[in-house]
Structures are given as C-alpha cells and as structure tokens.
Design a protein around this ligand. Sequence first.
Ligand code: BV8
Length: 238
Amino acid sequence: MTHRNIVILTGAGISAESGVPTFRASDGLWMGHRIEDVATPEAFHRDPATVHEFYNARRRQLTEVQPNAAHRALAELAARWPGALTLVTQNVDDLHARAHAEVEPASGFRLIPMHGELLKAACTRTGRISDCPGDLTVDSASPHHPEGRLRPHIVWFGEIPLEMEVIHDALQACDLFVAIGTSGAVYPAAGFVEIARHAGARTVELNLEPSLISDLFDETHFGPATRVVPEFVRSLSG
Ligand code: BV8
C-alpha cells in the first residue's frame, strides 16, 4: 500500500536512548518527584520555586544530550516525503527540532510539540511565548507585561494541549498513523490512534514493549527506537 499523508506521534521512549528519562520509571517517581507535585497548575500555584527547579534541571540537561538515530531517521523521512508528514510530539525536549534543523524538511512537514517546549516560557499575564534558554525563578520578569512573571511553556495535567485542531485535521486526513515510544497513558494523545483508525488509516506502533494501547494498532514492532524507527522508515521508502 502506498501512503500519502502520515501522522507520527512520539513519546518519551524516542528520547530514552539519548539519555532523557521517561516518565514512568519503575519507582513511579519522575526524577524524584510525584507528577502531581510538579506538572499541574495547582503545583505551580502552591510551590512555584520547586516547579521552576524541576524544569530548570530538565532544561539544563538538554545541553548534555543529542538527537539519536530514531530522531535522525524521522528527519531524513521529513526531508524527502512527497506528501503531508505531521510529527506530533508529546516530548518537551528539543531533540526532534535539532534533528530536523540538520536536514531541510520538505514542504509538507510540520512539527507540533503538543505539550509545549522546555526552551520556551509563557507570560503569566498575557500567555505570550518567548525563548527561554536558561533558568527561571519566581522573580523572572515577563518581557510582555510589567506585572507578568514567566512560567515554563509546558502543558500541565489539566491544561489543554496545543494545536489540537491542527492535529485533529491531520489525523482525519492521514492514511498512515505511527506511534513511537509512548505508553498510551495520557490523553488526548493516547486517543489519536482511534481517530486515525476511524479515518481509515493503517496504524503502526513502534515501542520497546507492549503499551496500554497496543491492541488498537494494526501492527506493532518491538525493539529500541534507534533500531525499529530507522527500519520502519526504510520500509516506507521500499
Ligand atoms: C487534558 C508535559 C482536557 C509535562 C505532559 C483528571 C483531571 C484532569 C485531567 C485528567 C484527569 N484524568 C485524566 C485526565 C486527562 C489527563 C490524563 O490523561 N491523565 C492521565 C495521567 C490519566 N490529560 C490531561 O490533563 C491533558 N489535558 O486532558 O485537557 C482537554 C483535552 C483535549 C481537548 C480539550 C480539553 C494534558 C496532558 C499533558 C500533560 N503533560 N507533558 C512535562 O513534560 O513536564 S504528559 C507527559 O506524560 C508526556 O508529555 C507524555 O504525554 C505523557 C506520557 O508519557 P510518554 O511519552 O508515553 O512516556 P512514558 O514514560 O509514559 O512511556 C515511555 C514509553 O516509551 C513506554 O511505552 C516505553 O515502553 C517506551 N520506551 C522506553 N524506552 C524506549 C521506548 N520505546 C522505544 N525505544 C526505547 N529505547
């Protein structure tokens, strides 16, 4: 079957081999924190300094990690894919962006960081976004409003993910949906495969092990992303 319009959804598993920790480590903690203590608006209201420090540590870690063969395989696909290729990532690291910066994407390519980006900040009064290469503190003043402060440009639990309409339209129009390195634990991303199925797309899961939603896919290929993603990309060109 030849494909035309592809939607790819990535999760923490695609960055794992770059050294970026996934969310669901065995101890249930995320870098020593409970998710509800660092990734909700309530947590930020209750203890902004702790939330800032949690994201400052993850932002600093970006300087120590590199895109891996899976990120680069998707960048090579994006450079030559003739149809629409929408890469929706749940990750807030910049590894996809860096991989695609190395290889000019074709005109049909879009990268959508649906849960925000570590290297951006949002004004607490206007919501406007600015680059954020360094640490944030409770005193970080917003460039967009005299009384505004800066918060991480991250979609926390209970907040609405970004570009949902664009994502929904791409899912309705796709004939191939590929989920890579995601546990299927978080909605609405975990529900994307069903939208694609209803639109008639072939659905493929690439993961190290079965996820919570593996049964919803037409096919699943198990293995580390740095092996199974380049293999799958090659199968597309075949
Ligand atoms: C929303 C940014 C409404 C943060 C993230 C009660 C109250 C409020 C909301 C809810 C509620 N109950 C349920 C909800 C909905 C909630 C939700 O789903 N909760 C879950 C816990 C039940 N969702 C939300 O709140 C979302 N918003 O619902 O708004 C709405 C929605 C639509 C329209 C209108 C209104 C917002 C969710 C976003 C939260 N923010 N990230 C930050 O990063 O700091 S979520 C975070 O966890 C990630 O971004 C990711 O999305 C998610 C899941 O993580 P994964 O990426 O899947 O990673 P995980 O560790 O889980 O799994 C790793 C996978 O990789 C595994 O499968 C593993 O096998 C695999 N792997 C590991 N190594 C490798 C590998 N694969 C290949 N190779 C390897 N080497």
